[in-house]
Design a protein. Structure first.
Length: 108
């Protein structure tokens, strides 16, 4: 039984999409979902049932895009790439890896 290594990397298109998506605040997608639900309710009250159903179904994709946005910010390919480049810096800054190093007290 072998060990499975996850050495794949994202292509340039995926990295470009992640880069642009990460610039948007997560609240945008939440407000878009709530806006589509409000617009749907308004259309329903105006008697435009088919349009209300169409617009009301936008809420789920907006919320899914918000989840994608959050995943890209937390676990995007750029984080994985920078983690490989900065792994020695992070290891040296960790006081557990360097027991002889004294911590400075910061009073606020």
């Amino acid at each position: 039984m072998g060990i499975i290594k996850n050495n794949h990397q994202e292509g340039p298109v995926a990295k470009a999409i992640e880069n642009q998506t990460a610039k948007l605040p997560s609240d945008v997608f939440l407000w878009a979902a709530l806006g589509s639900m409000a617009a749907s309710a308004t259309l329903k009250c105006l008697g435009k049932d088919k349009n209300a159903l169409f617009v009301g179904q936008w809420a789920a994709p907006f919320l899914l895009l918000g989840i994608y946005n959050k995943i890209v910010k937390v676990e995007g390919s750029d984080k994985r790439d920078s983690k490989n480049e900065n792994s020695s810096v992070i290891a040296n800054d960790n006081p557990l890896n360097n027991p002889g190093r004294q911590e400075k007290d910061i009073t606020v």
